[in-house]
Design a protein around this ligand. Structure first.
Ligand SMILES: [Ca+2]
Ligand SMILES: [Ca+2]
Ligand SMILES: [Ca+2]
Ligand SMILES: [Ca+2]
Length: 450
């Protein structure tokens, strides 16, 4: 007897913000669904109702004296998620306040007055109350100043045309996250935004009119719409669940996966919220390819294998290693000697920089902006804090008049869990308002001010 009668309609409901649609679909569910005895018999994001024995989207907990989500925890002991950061925490208080229910009617923000003993990585909280989220030696790798880092490559087979010419840049001391930013951390950030300014719809003014955009979670920031994340119409393990007071992974087991589907805007805002910034391409290169930028891969010179890199080749039958993201930090054999994980594979990673190519991406105008005969120290002289890329991105054509990859191009580095072209020099070209299931990020700290 099958208990999975329906497609993921329940999950879809959870990803929708529209109450009218929700109630209409619920009627349909009640009419068609059969029984269950365990959560494992339910679709993703649903639970088995222990009283009524059918699968349903869990009811979000409300501050009302009723155990809405039937977890046995009274409302006055429930954690209702992070407080919005506006207004900021009082002086001397930790910033990661949590919403608590008082008198079965009112949510109040309770902030810790004392720092925790240690910073816990990847939870989106400033556990030690030093003003930076997920920082410290366990969560970040510190680098001393880098005098000569080779950026790009002259080898035409190493990447696309826009990875040349190789040139030597320098970097001051900085730090980079050991891990890609996780679902748990990112949903904490989303939950701290003013929820009345978030909505899900097609962007009205996408940067690239030549490609189709799906529906995005959009944040209205003082009248400006900022797309943050692509919302799939068919919910899966990489979807988000909307709660009354914020967001959570649709699948609780996804908490430690790298967040994906996020736009550059979201990545930039997350890192600034965390007290950090998106890594520049040079900062990414220093971490991934060593102090001189010439190490072939983060782990060394051996070819990529599935124990080192979660990519789209080399797995069972020659196919993907996994075909989906792995929890961050899973593949220790693929870490750098310093212990920075997943710089190659797993989630593709947004870089800070714009990209100024010619339209066929055969020339990188920024890389060529300082002539090769200007001398070995020319880039360092021009950018003593490290290059941050061109002031604006240029358009890049798709082949055969198929439109544009991007109009004001930015890019991601580091390949991803579905990549079949394993050359490390390859970028993905994207506009800042695009997200997709392969696209995530990590943050950096220190270095050139943005
Ligand atoms: Ca309740
Ligand atoms: Ca901290
Ligand atoms: Ca933390
Ligand atoms: Ca990665």
């Amino acid at each position: 007897m099958t208990r999975r009668l329906r497609p993921s309609v329940g999950g879809l409901v959870s990803a929708l913000a529209i109450g009218a649609v929700l109630s209409a679909v619920h009627c349909n569910l009640l009419a068609t669904f059969t029984d269950c005895t365990a959560d494992s018999q339910c679709n993703l994001g649903e639970r088995c109702n222990p009283q009524r024995h059918y699968c349903e989207v869990p009811t979000p907990e409300l501050c009302n004296g009723v155990d809405d989500n039937r977890n046995g925890i009274p409302d006055d002991q429930e954690d209702f998620g992070p407080c919005a950061v506006s207004p900021p925490p009082a002086a001397g208080m930790c910033r990661d306040g949590r919403l608590r229910c008082r008198n079965n009617s009112t949510l109040v923000c309770v902030q810790r007055a004392a720092p925790g003993p240690t910073e816990i990585c990847n939870n989106g909280l400033d556990d030690d109350c030093d003003g930076v989220v997920d920082d410290g030696a366990d969560c970040q790798q510190n680098y001393t100043a880098t005098p000569s880092l080779t950026l790009g490559s002259d080898d035409p087979g190493a990447g696309e045309g826009d990875d040349a010419p190789a040139h030597q840049v320098c970097l001051p001391a900085y730090a980079i996250d050991r891990y890609e930013v996780t679902f748990q951390a990112f949903t904490t950030f989303l939950s701290e935004l003013d929820q009345t300014k978030l909505r899900i719809e097609h962007p009205a003014h996408p940067l690239n009119p030549t490609v189709a955009y799906g529906r995005y979670l959009i944040y209205n920031d003082n009248g400006t719409d900022v797309p943050l994340a692509l919302f799939s119409d068919v919910p899966d393990r990489l979807s988000l669940r909307q709660l009354p007071y914020g967001y959570a992974p649709l699948d609780a087991a996804a908490a430690n996966l790298p967040i994906v589907n996020v736009t550059w805007y979201a990545a930039d805002r997350y890192c600034r919220w965390a007290g950090k910034h998106l890594p520049s391409e040079a900062e990414y290169f220093r971490a991934a390819r060593g102090s001189d930028g010439t190490r072939p891969y983060p782990w060394g010179s051996e070819d990529p294998t599935c124990d080192r890199a979660n990519v789209g080749r080399g797995g069972p039958g020659g196919g993907p290693c996994v075909g989906a993201p792995l929890p961050v930090g899973t593949l220790s054999a693929g870490a750098t000697p310093e212990g920075v994980f997943d710089l190659y594979g797993n989630a593709n990673e947004w870089m800070w920089d714009n990209l100024d190519d010619n339209p066929t991406h055969s020339r990188n105008n920024y890389y060529e902006s300082i002539p090769a005969d200007a001398g070995a120290g020319a880039w360092c002289q021009a950018y003593p804090q490290g290059p941050l890329g061109p002031d604006a991105g240029s358009p890049i054509n798709q082949p055969e008049d198929a439109g544009l990859y991007c109009v004001q191009c930015r890019f991601a580095r580091g390949r991803h869990y579905r990549t079949v072209d394993l050359r490390i020099g390859i970028r993905r070209w994207l506009d800042a308002d695009r997200g997709d299931p392969f696209l995530g990020f990590r943050c950096a700290q220190g270095g050139a001010s943005r």
